[in-house]
Design a binder for this molecule. Structure first.
Ligand SMILES: Nc1ncnc2c1ncn2[C@@H]1O[C@H](COP(=O)(O)OP(=O)(O)OP(=O)(O)O)[C@@H](O)[C@H]1O
Ligand SMILES: [Mg+2]
Length: 294
């Protein structure tokens, strides 16, 4: 497996601003892995993904230094169409992307320009509709469905184009809790399929961490940490200090450690289920020392 994305010494400053929004960014994203991006507001998460999908610098003015390569090719040298065949983007506000009268037309719209034969288009559509669970919405207007359904449709549009890299910028931020769960279910299916590179910016680390192969923390326009979820929370005060919210089970285990109830060597968990192991370890530790069960 090679790298899908390689970023070297990337710096970006928007026109009419005084500070660089990205500074000294270096990153490699392995092909067919899932990268979760977290961080407080205004830290450069959207700017980073806009650089990966070429919107920066193709659609923005500013100062650009360094390079972003997709499958070995600099985005600077790729046309918008070329990038679009490689990278599919889903934004927080799906409505910004709509152009058609029905959900089905919206799905077909992007595919019509690809030159694929009809059989191929049908196959792609059926798959995208199935993964995103929007089969009952096809004849509805994109404007008459709920926020969560709109977002699922927007994801289906991207999946129908079948790009090897899919990027989502806070895909759940504007929808209700049930709608959010549907999006995480879709992400789980895509992750389990294992045949694309997925990058998701998301504030809900609790739901993101179990999906991610790597978590990336943006802070002040720089990458302050990239690690697999099992190691990402090692320095929990640093993560909390950055303004990112760790999973509750992680905070709980950290508290157990700090208060001497959990052996120091215990790695902080990030999945809810692993809370059981933490509780058991704390229980055993208390039993050994004859202290009351915490
Ligand atoms: N179009 C723009 N023109 C000028 N400055 C911008 C522009 N977009 C973003 N910025 C600035 O760049 C910095 C990084 O912003 P960015 O939107 O990438 O952060 P973010 O981490 O995605 O934040 P959020 O969580 O609020 O979406 C901020 O200081 C922001 O004000
Ligand atoms: Mg953003």
């Amino acid at each position: 497996m090679g790298a899908a994305i390689v970023i070297k010494n990337l710096e970006w400053k928007y026109e009419h601003t005084t500070q660089f929004a990205l500074r000294g960014v270096n990153l490699e994203v392995e092909e067919n892995t899932f990268l979760g991006i977290v961080g407080a507001n205004e830290q450069g998460k959207t700017t980073l993904i806009n650089c990966i999908c070429g919107l920066i610098p193709h659609s923005f003015n500013g100062v650009y230094r360094g390079s972003v390569e997709i499958y070995g090719k600099p985005v600077l040298k790729m046309s918008g169409l070329e990038i679009a065949t490689q990278v599919g983007l889903v934004f927080a506000d799906p409505e910004a992307q709509f152009t058609a009268m029905t959900v089905e037309e919206e799905l077909v719209f992007g595919l019509e320009n690809t030159g694929y034969d009809l059989g191929k288009i049908k196959e792609r559509l059926d798959w995208a509709v199935d993964v995103t669970m929007i089969g009952d919405l096809l004849d509805k207007s994109p404007y008459d469905i709920s926020g969560g359904q709109k977002q699922r449709m927007a994801i289906a549009c991207v999946l129908a184009m079948n790009p090897p890299i899919i990027i989502m910028d806070e895909p759940t931020s504007m929808i209700d809790p049930l709608g959010k769960q549907f999006i995480f279910d879709i992400l789980r299916k895509l992750k389990d399929a294992g045949d694309r590179t997925i990058i998701v910016v998301e504030h809900n680390i609790e739901q993101l961490a179990p999906l991610a192969d790597q978590l990336l923390l943006m802070q002040g326009g720089q990458i302050s940490k990239v690690a697999p979820p099992a190691r990402f929370f090692d320095d929990l005060p640093m993560v909390v200090g950055s303004g990112a919210y760790p999973p509750e089970v992680t905070s709980f285990a950290y508290w157990l450690k700090q208060s001497g109830r959990l052996p120091q060597e215990h790695i902080l968990p990030y999945r809810f289920e692993d809370g059981v192991d933490v509780a058991r370890a704390a229980f055993n530790s208390a039993r050994k020392t004859d202290e009351p069960i915490p």
